[in-house]
Design a protein around this ligand. Structure first.
Ligand code: SF4
Length: 428
């Protein structure tokens, strides 16, 4: 079990939107599960679209959703959006501290500030005081892309110089920590500690170094992310490698994956990462499937996608399901599964906790598997079966007689060859 770093805890949300705790374990608090967040991709002022997007993210499992509020019409829209959704909303504020004040007034549950573009002490203090009054937390996001000075040319040249130095990481880390310490001072002066910190970068090694360094210096909960991770196809690895490493080291209290794609993927992949690390209790089916090889005897890739979509919609318990392409390795690989199917000769044999329950042609595998999963789920709910009760021993079917190549049986005349069904069916 991963030992998480104890932090202060922040709490946000309300009865309608749900209460979310971030971090914990220090100052007498219990650690909260690592939360998953994402951000809307559309315009906040397009109220109906924004509400629909937030609801889709919440349905996918997002614990909190952030929205951009670059214009006054965005914070105005929040007044109508917030009552229509059921997940806490975070306002992402850049450049204009007034947007933060307006968002707080509109009923937002958390504010994100960027020290790189809202640095005026008086303005920051105003936002802090408004949050303090409404008991709202603030995330301080020191992203690599916005910590290099922009207004003061001389300072900027000096900071940029380090970017091309041999110790690029050391240079960035020094700037991040210095700016963070300077910014935090404004919060501490006002006795404000409901703070979450993030230090994102598109560079995965810098992400690991930055969060590791910050975790040693501050006890505020950490919001992990690899910013601008790119398209999902490459962004998954770019995100999950550093974030998984940090989480496995006990660092990180809330996560946002950032893809140039539908934000629902961010939620799904973030949750899957937490499930794999056992940092969250899984909701829905835990699907394993073989990668296929030269022994494959059904269209497994299509079958796995169909199984995933169908079971995601139909099964709520975390039943472990294995979809295996053949009986060579299938039984061994599926022994830890509650429900397993091995394919062969365009058929599938289905097992439930080690008991063979069905043998169906390929076109009926999906329906039969769903039916068995539903039956098993009902039994678990009725207390008649337990999830993952034991590693079951699955005795493989006779590879020749039941699902194997059948060549020996053909030779003996035991298996009939059916035109149009490839390559074989089993004689009954
Ligand atoms: S289960 Fe069979 S088809 Fe799938 S990878 Fe293993 S040996 Fe190949």
């Amino acid at each position: 079990m991963i030992q998480r770093r104890p932090t202060r805890q922040v709490t946000l949300g309300d009865e309608q939107h749900g209460i979310v705790k971030i971090g914990g374990g220090a100052h007498g608090t219990q650690p909260a599960p690592v939360s998953i967040q994402t951000m809307t991709a559309g315009y906040t002022y397009e109220i109906d679209t924004c509400v629909a997007e937030i609801n889709r993210m919440a349905a996918a499992g997002a614990d909190l959703v952030r929205v951009a509020v670059p214009m006054k019409k965005d914070t105005e829209a929040l007044k109508q959006i917030i009552p229509q959704v059921r997940v806490p909303i975070v306002a992402d504020v850049h450049f204009h501290f007034q947007r933060a004040l307006e968002a707080i007034e509109a009923g937002v549950h958390k504010i994100r500030l960027n020290p790189g573009n809202i640095s005026d002490k008086k303005q920051v203090a105003e936002v802090i005081d408004a949050c303090k009054e409404k008991k709202l937390p603030i995330r301080i996001g020191v992203n690599e892309g916005s910590i290099i000075e922009r207004k003061d040319k001389q300072k900027r040249m000096k900071e940029l110089g380090g970017v091309f130095s041999n110790d690029k990481h050391g240079h960035f880390l020094a700037i991040m920590i210095a700016k963070l310490e300077e910014y935090l001072e404004i919060f501490y002066e006002r006795d404000f500690y409901d703070i979450v910190i993030s230090a994102k970068s598109p560079d995965p090694t810098l992400v690991v170094a930055a969060y590791t360094e910050i975790s040693k210096r501050f006890d505020h909960p950490l919001h992990l992310g690899v910013t601008h991770a790119g398209p999902k196809e490459t962004g998954t690895i770019r995100s999950v490698v550093p974030l998984g490493h940090l989480l496995a080291s006990g660092i990180g209290d809330t996560v946002r994956i950032s893809y140039a794609n539908d934000p629902v993927y961010e939620v799904e992949d973030g949750l899957e990462m937490l499930y794999c690390l056992e940092l969250r209790e899984r909701k829905g089916v835990d699907l394993i499937a073989c990668p296929t090889c030269g022994r494959i005897q059904v269209d497994l890739f299509t079958l796995v996608q169909e199984v995933r979509e169908t079971l995601k919609a139909e099964i709520e318990l975390p039943i472990k399901v294995a979809v295996m392409g053949c009986i060579v390795n299938g039984p061994g690989e599926a022994e830890g599964a509650d429900v397993a199917i091995f394919a062969g000769d365009r058929r599938g044999i289905i097992y439930v906790q080690g008991q063979k329950v069905a043998n169906v042609p390929e076109e009926e595998i999906l329906a039969a598997l769903l039916a068995e999963c539903k039956k098993f789920e009902a039994k678990v709910k009725a207390g008649e079966a337990k999830l993952g009760e034991k590693v079951v021993e699955i005795a493989p079917p006779d590879p020749i007689g039941e699902l194997g190549s059948g060549f020996d049986k053909i030779a003996k005349g035991d298996v009939e060859k059916v035109p149009g069904i490839t390559p074989l069916t089993i004689s009954k």
